[in-house]
Every structure is written in structure tokens, then in C-alpha cells.
Design a protein around this ligand. Structure first.
Ligand SMILES: Nc1ncnc2c1ncn2[C@@H]1O[C@H](COP(=O)(O)OP(=O)(O)O)[C@@H](O)[C@H]1O
Ligand SMILES: Cc1cn([C@H]2C[C@H](O)[C@@H](COP(=O)(O)OP(=O)(O)O)O2)c(=O)[nH]c1=O
Length: 206
């Protein structure tokens, strides 16, 4: 029997799309199937990464500083959490990964894509998610959900143009990498979305 590394699953979408709502559900489905699962998030996922998260979500800073801090947090996350877990055969779920940097810093803020590609090559040249769920909703739906629930961080306070550009970059990447992306129409009801997620998870862990 050949040893296989675990699978790496990422969750993406604009703020308020419903990503967090479904991570627990997918984690529970996988654990119920006997999978050893590590669940984490970005920015964050390590003690240092969580400190960087506080800074990057709340302090004003230059766009390139923001991108570099996202990748600094990611470097630590890959080294300390993701790579060791995958190597021992565990699966990893991450609430956001590098697609978020392309979507938010690239699409939303307009940072040159080539700079993001260089950082990606530097930080994780040999690692890509096996599966990326993109929770996609029209901006108005996401905003209505967010406004109803919580205090908004630096990104969540951005304007419509920012989120439309972010969403478009996510969709562009989903079209560019169709083998790993699953675009979930997140304007549907939670039970409908769960049904689709469960079918995908079952096919993956069969
Ligand atoms: N499909 C859905 N239909 C209605 N409300 C939803 C749906 N998905 C999520 N919500 C609600 O929208 C809000 C934001 O969802 P959340 O999962 O926190 O979004 P995200 O993690 O993508 O920012 C929460 O109050 C959640 O209960
Ligand atoms: C990972 C990552 C996140 N972000 C942003 C997207 C989100 O607005 C924010 C935090 O993500 P998230 O944890 O999804 O926020 P919340 O806990 O409020 O649901 O960080 C980037 O701009 N670039 C990145 O590379």
C-alpha cells in the first residue's frame, strides 16, 4: 500500500457569503467518515499568525504591507500546521488561503497579480489545495447577512466596488482552476447548500 498525504481543502468567498456557517458542517461530515482532520484559518492558524491577524484586520497599512503580512502568516501556517498534518496523512481544512490574497489584495485593492504570484512561489511552491469551495453570492445578499450580525472589521467596512472586484477575481480563479474549485451558489437556503456539500464530501472521501 502506498502512503498518501492527506487532502487539503480551503473555503473562500466574500465576507458574509456563508463560509463560516458551512465549515463546521463539512468538518463534522469528514470526521464522521473517520478522517483525521485539522481545521484552521487564515490569516492566523498559529500563535504568531493570530497576532498578525489582529494587526492586519484592524490597523491601517500600505497595501503591500498588508499582502506581505498575509503571506507571512501563511508561511508560518504552512510550516507549523498544514505541511506536518498533510505529511502524517491527516486532512486539513483552512478557512481561506492564497486565493483570498488574489481576490482581496489583487482584485479588491488592485495589487499587481505578478507580485502575488511571486509571493505564492516563495511561500508554498509545491502546495495547492486539492479542493476549494467558493461560496458565491451577490454582494447585496452578503451585505444584508453581515449587517444583521456583527461589528465589521477593516475589510468588511469596504465599499461595494471593492467587494464586486473581490468576487470577480474569485470567479476568475475558479474558471482558471476548474479541477480544484467548486463554486457553491450561496444565495440558496442552508439545507440546500448542505445537501450539495455532503455529496461533494462523500465523493471525495469514498
Ligand atoms: N444560506 C444562508 N441563508 C441565510 N443566511 C445565511 C446563509 N448562510 C449564512 N447565513 C447567515 O449569514 C451570516 C454570515 O454568515 P457567515 O457564515 O458568518 O459568513 P462568512 O463566514 O462567509 O463571512 C450569518 O448570520 C449566517 O447565519
Ligand atoms: C487570508 C486572507 C484574508 N483576507 C481578509 C478577508 C476577510 O475580510 C478577512 C478575515 O477573514 P475571515 O476570517 O473570513 O473573517 P471573519 O472571521 O470575519 O469571517 O481577511 C485578505 O484580505 N487576504 C488574505 O490573504
Amino acid at each position: 500500500m502506498t502512503f498518501q498525504r492527506g487532502k487539503f481543502i480551503t473555503f473562500e468567498g466574500i465576507d458574509g457569503a456563508g463560509k463560516s456557517t458551512h465549515i463546521q458542517f463539512v468538518s463534522d461530515c469528514l470526521r464522521a467518515r473517520g478522517i483525521d482532520l485539522v481545521s484552521s484559518r487564515e490569516p492566523g492558524g498559529t500563535p504568531l499568525g493570530e497576532k498578525l491577524r489582529e494587526l492586519v484586520l484592524h490597523e491601517p497599512m500600505h497595501l503591500e504591507t498588508e499582502a506581505l503580512l498575509m503571506f507571512a502568516s501563511r508561511r508560518e501556517h504552512v510550516a507549523q500546521v498544514i505541511a506536518p498534518a498533510l505529511a502524517r496523512g491527516a486532512w486539513v481544512i483552512s478557512d481561506r488561503f492564497t486565493d483570498a490574497s488574489f481576490a482581496y489584495q489583487g482584485g479588491g485593492r488592485g495589487l499587481d497579480r505578478a507580485k502575488l504570484e511571486a509571493l505564492e512561489q516563495w511561500v508554498h511552491p509545491d502546495l495547492q489545495p486539492d479542493l476549494t469551495f467558493l461560496f458565491d453570492v451577490p454582494l447585496e445578499v452578503a451585505r444584508a447577512r453581515l449587517d444583521a450580525t456583527r461589528d465589521l472589521d477593516k475589510f468588511e467596512q469596504e465599499q461595494a466596488d471593492f467587494f464586486n472586484a473581490t468576487r470577480n477575481e474569485y470567479l476568475r480563479r475558479a474558471a482558471q482552476f476548474p479541477q480544484r474549485f467548486r463554486v457553491i451558489d450561496s444565495s440558496r437556503s442552508i439545507p440546500e447548500i448542505r445537501e450539495q456539500l455532503q455529496a461533494i464530501v462523500e465523493s471525495l472521501s469514498a
